[in-house]
Design a protein around this ligand. Structure first.
Ligand SMILES: Nc1nc2c(c(=O)[nH]1)N[C@H]1C(S)=C(S)[C@@H](COP(=O)(O)OP(=O)(O)OC[C@H]3O[C@@H](n4cnc5c(=O)[nH]c(N)nc54)[C@H](O)[C@@H]3O)O[C@H]1N2
Ligand SMILES: Nc1nc2c(c(=O)[nH]1)N[C@H]1C(S)=C(S)[C@@H](COP(=O)(O)OP(=O)(O)OC[C@H]3O[C@@H](n4cnc5c(=O)[nH]c(N)nc54)[C@H](O)[C@@H]3O)O[C@H]1N2
Ligand code: SF4
Ligand SMILES: [Mo]
Length: 747
């Protein structure tokens, strides 16, 4: 094996013939001009208005892009008729222009090569890069089967590539939005109500009387319509209860902030159930009509009194009783929010189930101000031949986890690490729209997997860390420069939105629909890509739906009437839940039969060793993961993360606000860079907190390189959810180093 081949290429550190060095020049618009435009909107008549939906996060808000003939994008504003944004974009969506303008963007295809014994990239033509990819995929297919080529994807490029892979005969596909994000929540809710929560969550926040946020930090987590609805709900007198060890933005707007000891949420929820049942506050009629296993639950939670939970959670018994009563008083217009990034401690499906059970006891599912029945409109499938049947795929790779319903990224990566008992060898990998080295924990698995691969291709818009490991890098154009699939999402009413290029692709970048088609043709799969331009696919689909591209270019979003009936339960009818029993399963026979707890139980999780603090992380309103750190507009708003430290801890260590420190975790993993301390009461003394997505290691990211700390690197210990394979990431501990541990060492 050629070990040096996989050496991470620090793109900018090496002479790069074709790839122009960053000029450092401010783009044509100037870093802040998008803000100026917002402050004093100028006449927009001379600009072209093109519909799109945002790609800065997965909320996919529909928007209008204003551009001129010189290819300058002046601003992006929300579409008034869009249920995801109600006409207003979040700071990231507004700053999406920066993705287009970023002069550090990937500009041409790159191929790994060796110069004087050093790995580097050379500029390549699309022809050469695509031919190479196709020939490598064919090699793997001949030697191992198409299943051995894996796809790890995220965001809009995913659908086009999934089509390519399925046509090729591979279903070895995974994305971090499952095992690193909301997978356990979907399992927990499905095993209770029979269906996933899905995205966007059908939480009826605008009409709620009580919103309970358990870790979910709406306001920093900028899920657009939820933030707006929460703000309206507060104005309308709704009570917010936030359970968070940190005073989050949401907690600061809450009537009740329960500063829970981390990792003890299940204990709190069991005691809430205890109060609701013991005090007879649950929705008896609803539970009688729809519940299954209530008696078992009642018996199960009898011993979980608030006094019992106090010893575990540090939340006072009277606070627990009071908040349970507030919820019951608001019911059924109450939401125990299911959260979204829920891979915390490994018992996450069970924690999600506890949330689902509470919603069941309070009768909020299918009720106004609780969870509405969502609806979506199907987009007709553009015709293509049937896909071949792979011999194995993500399901077999993840077979250890009986309730996994999507590919588990870490398991797919492990399948690339050779071992005698590996029945599912992954030999080549395509990675698109995901910066796996920052989004998937347990760096050792990633390094070993990448090391062992025969071939790796990365498709991205930016020279992110992950590109440094590739054999071939392909530059995708940004969402503002391309067509993509029609957005059809579940909401109160169905709607669709389109993405139309506002300007031509900059540099030598291309849309992924084109890349997929090109690779497909080279693999002899041309009949699966029966169009010259993806525009034809959209036009065909829109026509089938009674619309047209011409109409959608004018309106951007089309709303359709509901067909499935009321958004809420009809109290005169008996609703059948999509669960196996047709009921809300307080007791899960399915989990029991699989050898898991049929009802959630509290298990203690490891605590910080002496001198260590729990590593807590979350979102900042102006950034999305690692993808926006280099965005000129958003970097302007926040260019590094800080370490939140409780004053008590600061006193013990002798820290000052603004001081630079380094972190070392329980496995002796040391942060590459330093982080500035922010002393604040808003974080508990047992944890430290930082925003995820900083500490980039690629110098080619001229603004983001070396700024702040990469939390993912310090997450070397993962607590895997035995039910569905989610990678619990909140059980890592760090100690604070005040001296530079890298002195004289180049990283
Ligand atoms: N430590 C830690 N890890 C986490 C999380 C955390 O909070 N902390 N959060 C987890 C969660 S909830 C999630 S959902 C995942 C998210 O994981 P990822 O989706 O991997 O998140 P990003 O780091 O933003 O990586 C997105 C990549 O796509 C690229 N990209 C952006 N737009 C385009 C495009 O249009 N086309 C192409 N081809 N590429 C594009 C970006 O440049 C970037 O490299 O991370 C998970 N991992
Ligand atoms: N601005 C912005 N918004 C985003 C994103 C983004 O990158 N940027 N990403 C989007 C995505 S894909 C996702 S999945 C969501 C994630 O958004 P959420 O689901 O809201 O995120 P989490 O990371 O689960 O929650 C973080 C909060 O949990 C708290 N917490 C930590 N440990 C515990 C604990 O043991 N118990 C309790 N009760 N709380 C705890 C933290 O203090 C923090 O306030 O955000 C979405 N929205
Ligand atoms: S919430 Fe913000 S970043 Fe996400 S899609 Fe909407 S505007 Fe874009
Ligand atoms: Mo996520």
């Amino acid at each position: 094996m050629t070990t040096s081949r996989r050496k991470f290429i620090k793109i900018s550190a090496l002479g790069l013939g074709g790839v122009a060095a960053s000029t450092g020049a401010i783009n044509v618009l100037g870093a802040n001009s998008y803000l100026d435009d917002l402050v004093k909107p100028k006449g927009t008549k001379e600009f072209k208005r093109t519909p799109t939906y945002c790609e800065v996060c997965f909320w996919k808000c529909a928007a209008w892009t204003y551009s001129n003939e010189e290819g300058e994008i002046k601003k992006i504003i929300g579409n008034d008729n869009d249920p995801h944004c109600y006409g207003r974009l979040c700071p990231r969506g507004t700053g999406g222009v920066g993705m287009y303008n970023d002069e550090d963007r990937l500009k041409t295809p790159l191929i790994r090569t060796t110069v004087n014994g050093e790995d580097t990239f050379r500029k390549a033509s699309w022809e050469e890069a695509l031919d190479l990819i196709a020939s490598k995929f064919k090699d793997v297919k001949e030697n191992y089967g198409p299943e051995s080529v894996a796809l790890i994807k995220h965001g809009s490029p995913g659908a086009h590539l999934e089509h390519l892979f399925k046509a090729f005969g591979s279903d070895t596909i995974a994305e971090p939005a499952y095992a690193q994000c909301r997978g356990p929540r979907e399992t927990g809710f499905k095993s209770t109500f029979g269906s996933w929560v899905g995205s966007p969550e059908p939480t009826d926040i605008r009409d709620t009387k009580c919103l309970v946020l358990i870790g979910s930090h709406i306001g920093e987590n900028m899920h657009n319509s939820q933030v707006q609805e929460m703000s309206d709900a507060i104005d309308n007198g709704a009570t917010i209860i936030t359970v968070d060890p940190r005073l989050s933005t949401a907690a600061s707007k809450s009537e009740h902030w329960l500063a829970i000891k981390p990792a003890t949420d299940i204990a709190l929820m069991l005691s809430w159930m205890n109060v609701l049942i013991e005090e007879g506050l649950y929705d008896k009629e609803y539970v009688e009509k729809y519940g299954l296993g209530f008696n078992e639950l009642k018996e199960h939670v009898q011993k979980f009194t608030p006094e019992w939970a106090y010893g575990i959670t540090t939340i006072k018994p009277e606070e627990i009783r009071k908040t349970a009563r507030v919820m019951a008083h608001a019911a059924p217009a109450v939401i125990i929010h299911p959260g979204r990034h829920v891979v915390w401690y490994g018992d996450d499906s069970q924690r999600a189930r506890a949330m689902a059970i509470l919603n069941g006891l309070l009768g909020s599912w299918g009720r106004r101000g609780g969870f509405y029945f969502k609806e979506k409109i199907a987009v007709p499938k553009f015709p293509h031949p049937a896909y071949p049947h792979p011999k194995w795929g993500w399901e077999e790779i993840g077979e250890k986890y009986p309730l996994a319903e999507m590919g588990i990224t870490t398991e797919v990566l492990k399948a690339a690490i050779p071992s005698d008992d590996n029945k599912y060898p992954v030999k080549a990998m395509m990675i698109a729209g995901t910066n796996i080295t920052k989004s998937i924990p347990d760096h050792k698995i990633i390094e070993e997997a990448i090391e062992a691969l025969d071939f790796m291709v990365v498709i991205d818009t930016m020279p992110m860390d992950v590109t440094g490991y590739a054999d071939v890098v392909l530059p995708e154009c940004t969402y503002l420069e391309r067509y993509d699939g029609i957005r059809s999402a579940t909401n109160r009413e169905p709607s669709i939105a389109v993405r139309v290029p506002a300007v031509a692709p900059k540099y030598d970048s291309k849309p992924v629909w084109w890349i997929a088609k090109q690779i497909g043709e080279r693999l002899g799969l041309g009949e699966y890509f029966n169009y010259d331009d993806f525009k034809e696919v959209i036009e065909w689909q829109l026509n089938k739906m009674g619309s047209s591209l011409e109409e959608m270019e004018k309106i951007g979003v089309k709303n359709f009437p509901r067909k499935s009936g009321s958004m809420y339960m009809n109290e005169n009818e008996t609703y059948e839940f999509p669960s196996m029993s047709g009921k809300i399963e307080f007791y899960s026979q399915e989990l029991k039969d699989l050898g898991f707890d049929p009802m959630p139980v509290y298990t203690p999780h490891p605590e910080a060793p002496q001198g260590f603090y729990r590593l807590n992380y979350g979102r900042a309103p102006m950034h999305t993961f690692s993808r926006t750190a280099n965005n000129p507009n958003l970097n302007d708003l926040k260019d590094e993360n800080n370490l939140w430290v409780n004053p008590k801890v600061a006193r013990i260590i002798g820290l000052k606000t603004g001081q630079e420190v380094w972190l070392k975790n329980q496995d002796d993993v040391i942060s590459n860079f330093s982080i500035k301390v922010r002393i604040t009461e808003r974080v508990r003394w047992d944890s430290v907190y930082m925003v995820h997505g900083f500490g980039h290691d690629n110098k080619k990211l001229s603004r983001a390189y070396g700024k702040g700390i990469n939390d993912t690197k310090l997450i070397s210990k993962v607590a895997v959810d035995p039910i569905m394979g989610g990678t619990g990431m909140r059980g890592n501990f760090v100690t604070i180093l005040t001296e530079n541990p890298h002195k004289n060492i180049e990283i």
